[in-house]
Design a protein around this ligand. Structure first.
Ligand SMILES: Nc1ncnc2c1ncn2[C@@H]1O[C@H](COP(=O)(O)OP(=O)(O)O)[C@@H](O)[C@H]1O
Ligand SMILES: [Mg+2]
Length: 358
């Protein structure tokens, strides 16, 4: 069946069929170029959220200009048998999406995953350097296309957010559970949320396990046991997957710079990672990647030492006042002015011993 839309687009082949719509490869009869056309299927005419996302994608593609992002061609809506039909036309990316690749069981080697990350981080650098930064919000295997020449392209910009500051109430939730960072699940996507999704995608392509199938420990996805991965590279992925954005790399550029320090995943070392915002030196990988609990924060001998110092100082001051001033000679004042600091000093000492042991 050959179908021609608005006398211009000849539908060639279905690329995908989702709940929200279908995507086809078509030929633009005007320019004779192959293009991709995405049709929005509306369950009912009042599905404004879907229309909003659709228009967001059209708007985003129009303003983006990067070789790994499909360029915008056209957007229109027309009257169909079952109501309005919405279409978005964009550059056709040749190749296959990575979900198809995973479904075929063709996983990434460590080196392939490494090159993949390097390339995708460059796209995120471009998006994050825009002003205001752009957050894709739905990075996952089905939204990345591997071209025949081995390069990758990022598609599906329906979820983009053009501004970092957003209100939870008024925004439309976009994303795919498993690939979404914890703060994104709470409705507060930040640029570093894309880093999390990219790392979750990479782990999926490396191990064949979707992020929702992996076990977690203190909110961290556990993947090292599934596959032998070079320790530096595994640590790099863990940092991108840190549950709080503050432990992740600050930006795609920072993460890209770390990867640029070594041509292979085997060459990635803790020393290479040290320059990239890893200020808390002397901590183990485990400690670096974990959000400290209140107990961890209190178990700090330095705090205890400050308390001991203050307690001792107050004790000495109280004693001197008692010895050399008239008004404090009375025993009750002495008991208060020296008794309390002595108690604090003793508590500080016990705290120090406990914190030092840990
Ligand atoms: N520009 C494009 N070129 C080639 N294939 C595309 C393009 N955009 C999307 N696709 C394919 O169509 C699928 C669905 O498109 P997508 O934009 O992700 O829509 P959805 O919102 O339904 O996920 C993608 O997974 C990809 O395989
Ligand atoms: Mg998609």
């Amino acid at each position: 069946m050959i179908q021609i839309l608005v006398d211009r687009y000849e539908i060639n082949q279905e690329l995908s069929r989702g709940a929200q719509g279908q995507t086809f490869a078509v030929v633009d009869l005007q320019s004779n170029r192959p293009v991709a056309i995405k049709e929005l299927l509306l369950a009912n005419a009042a599905d404004w959220k879907a229309i909003e996302l659709f228009e967001r994608e059209a708007h985003a593609l129009r303003s983006l200009d990067h070789p790994a992002i499909p360029s915008y061609v056209d957007a229109f809506h027309c009257e169909g048998d079952k109501g309005e039909r919405y279409f978005l036309i964009q550059e056709l990316i040749e190749g296959e999406d990575l979900k198809t690749r995973i479904d075929d069981g063709r996983l990434f080697t460590e080196q392939e995953a490494y090159s993949f990350l390097q390339e995708l981080l460059q796209i995120l650098c471009y998006l994050q350097d825009l002003s205001p930064p752009v957050i894709h919000r739905d990075i996952k295997p089905s939204n990345i296309i591997a071209r025949p020449d081995g390069s990758f392209a990022l598609v599906d910009f329906g979820g983009v957010q053009m501004t970092v500051a957003q209100t939870i109430g008024g925004s439309t939730m976009v994303g795919t559970t498993g690939y979404m960072a914890p703060e994104h699940l709470l409705g507060r996507a930040v640029p570093a949320s894309d880093l999390y999704s990219l790392a979750a995608t990479t782990v999926h392509l490396l191990t064949g396990r979707a992020p929702h199938e992996l076990s977690t420990q203190r909110m961290r996805l556990q993947f090292r046991h599934l596959q032998p991965i070079s320790p530096g590279f595994a640590f790099f992925l863990e940092r991108m997957l840190a549950p709080t954005a503050e432990i992740r790399f600050q930006s795609a550029r920072q993460a890209a710079e770390v990867l640029a320090s070594s041509p292979t995943p085997q060459g990635l070392t803790r020393a290479g990672l040290a320059g990239a915002g890893m200020k808390r030196a002397g901590l183990t990988d485990e400690q670096l990647l974990t959000v400290p609990t209140i107990r961890d924060r209190i178990a700090n001998p330095q705090f205890a030492a400050v308390v001991i110092g203050l307690g001792t100082f107050a004790t000495v001051l109280g004693t001197l006042l008692h010895l050399f001033t008239e008004w404090i000679r009375a025993d009750t004042y002495f008991a208060i002015l020296v008794g309390i600091p002595v108690t604090i000093t003793v508590i500080g000492l016990l705290w120090f011993l406990w914190a030092y042991e840990r």
